[in-house]
Ligand binder design. Sequence first.
Ligand code: FAD
Length: 474
Amino acid sequence: MDDTKPIILWFRRDLRLSDHAALTAACETGRPVIPVFIYDGLVETLEAAPKWRLGLGLQALSKTLADKGSRLILRREGRALKALRALVAQTGATSIYWSRLYDPEAVARDTSIKEAFKAEGVEARSFGGHLMFEPWTVETKTGGFYRVYTPFWNAVKNVGVDTPRPTPRDIRPPQDWPESDTLDDWQMGAAMNRGAEVVRPFALVGEQSAQGRLGHFIADVVDGYGDNRDIPGVDGTSALSENLSLGEISPHQCWHAGHRAMQEGKRGAEKYLKELVWREFAYHLMHHTPRMLDGNWREEWDAFPWKTDADSAHVVAWKQGRTGIRFVDAAMRELYVTGRMHNRARMIVASYLTKHLMTHWKVGQHWFEQCLIDWDPASNAMGWQWVAGSGPDASPYFRVFNPDTQLDKFDKHRDYVSRWIAEGRADPHKDALAFFDAIPRSWNLSPDDPYPDPIMTLDAGRKRALAAYEDRGF
Ligand code: FAD
């Protein structure tokens, strides 16, 4: 291979330089590397918060590359293939490398790009990195895929996770850089409106920040993780999901740090490793049953009388954190202000929507997709179907969380609800007030409003859901 012919390094959800198999392989050839991000149809269809967060991630990646004497070339084109072909023609590149993605639309796009370039004599190579265990490599004894988490965990826990690769020392630049858009051209935060300014301080963006966050978690938090991970009012988890979602950190880096902590006797470390494997399990399920993303995994649930109106008064109250149920409302406001929500709270708001309000989990899945900066197609779909009862290895529908009992158990001192709910308080927390700066003015809400009465009493909602469940003979 002519060592002057550049390699195009197509970044997608792998916005880091360390532990990057494709980048390392490209640099090891000694050839010039042209890092590229393409705003194609799949990027265009991202919802508000994930698209905005991606824009921040790209800004950070551009800077990291610039510090290495390289550049991130930005191109916008409906079809990524067209953009890549143009780059190949303009730069004389003979290879394109990227890190694999697993959702069906990305797989279809990447497969057709690979085939097209193969026919045109351009090398197109994909690499792992987004996952520790490629979904097709983990098999049951009979050669099938896992539908239940615990056997999946048992199958992978001792497999051995690749040691993270260091950041390449040099990224050889090409003789001439191709032209590039600017991030400002793309306006990736447009749909966030005034929310962007409020959410921004809560986002921890880029590879360097993610590494800092992992260091803090391992040093100060992981020991108590087993006890604290369920308490939304304390800093008890890694909060790295937004970085994992965009590949600003690799799961391998998290795993090895967690594994070392376990060997050093830190108590919560194994639990943390198990949570990382929940993410892998979600991808395993999505790979083997991509229909999980937009339909009931258990098809018998198609007969359930879900309400599907995303704009009904009940659903609007849920989205606006105005259900009158404190744990639910606090969580929905945390989501709006930070772009994140504690895992315990995700389960509670999802249970409340799908059970007390008998609303289809897809309505909630879509709202999360609009609001989450850690949005992940596999974990979001699995999480919703797990709570709704329609997924594999799901919590049974008849197990209805009672948000008030949950509050007494997981927010004993009301730290969480007082941080997020302003109404009725003489001296509201600044984060509770920030909610009113983030929301659209058309919601017409004020911290001086009275706190609402419950839109549905917990007992009535529970009974209605269980009656519908039993009527259908589930
Ligand atoms: P930690 O407690 O520090 O866990 C470590 C890592 O393990 C996380 O960063 C995450 O990558 C993974 N993880 C932990 N719990 C889960 C889980 N239940 N499923 C899959 N992976 C997990 N997670 C997302 O990343 N994106 C989503 O869009 C998303 N949507 C969800 C929707 C619902 C209804 C539910 C119930 C859960 C959802 N989750 C989602 C999973 C989970 O809530 C978040 O991963 C977690 O809250 C992230 O916080 P953390 O990084 O502090 O997690």
